[in-house]
Ligand binder design. Structure first.
Ligand code: ADP
Length: 136
């Protein structure tokens, strides 16, 4: 049904990541591509002095390890991508660069269940040029 699906995973919400990855595995065409994406949020300059010099690099390494573990657990053979910056902006940029035909995103954190959409999901739904599936 879809040739290229972007699955953005917040590594603080891996259970949701697994759920949307499994959904992508059901929806992707034979021979299609799933791309697991984590965005390490950029640290404002005034905070960097408090953090180890390789904080961002370490976050990216941890994200890659966790996304590889998700691939192993689910049997997906998804490509793994990481970016640094604002999650919504980077998810939208990767979707365009990769000419994805679907983004599958979780709606929000479970403890914020009174909100219909979290801020990242909301921006992706409003601005994506491809279809977006919001998993509730
Ligand atoms: P909340 O504010 O409740 O966390 P968000 O809209 O920020 O809700 O997150 C919803 C979904 O957006 C996540 O489950 C994930 O699919 C995606 N997402 C959020 N942050 C990131 C991130 N840093 N990297 C990749 N995907 C993300």
């Amino acid at each position: 049904m879809f040739k290229k699906i972007i699955v953005p995973v917040d590594i603080g919400q891996l259970d949701k990541g697994e759920k949307i990855l499994r959904k992508a595995m059901e929806l992707v065409d034979d021979g299609g591509v799933i791309l697991l994406l984590n965005v390490a949020e950029d640290i404002p300059g005034y905070m960097t002095i408090e953090l180890p010099a390789d904080f961002i690099e370490a976050s990216i390494r941890e994200a890659v390890d966790r996304l590889k573990a998700l691939n192993d657990k689910t049997g997906a053979t998804a490509q793994i991508h990481t970016r640094v910056g604002s999650p919504a902006r980077e998810i939208l940029a990767v979707a365009e660069e990769q000419a994805a035909d679907l983004v599958i995103i979780a709606s929000h954190r479970p403890d914020f269940s009174n909100y219909l959409l979290g801020s990242t999901a909301d921006r992706v739904v409003r601005h994506a040029k491809c279809s977006v599936l919001v998993d509730r």
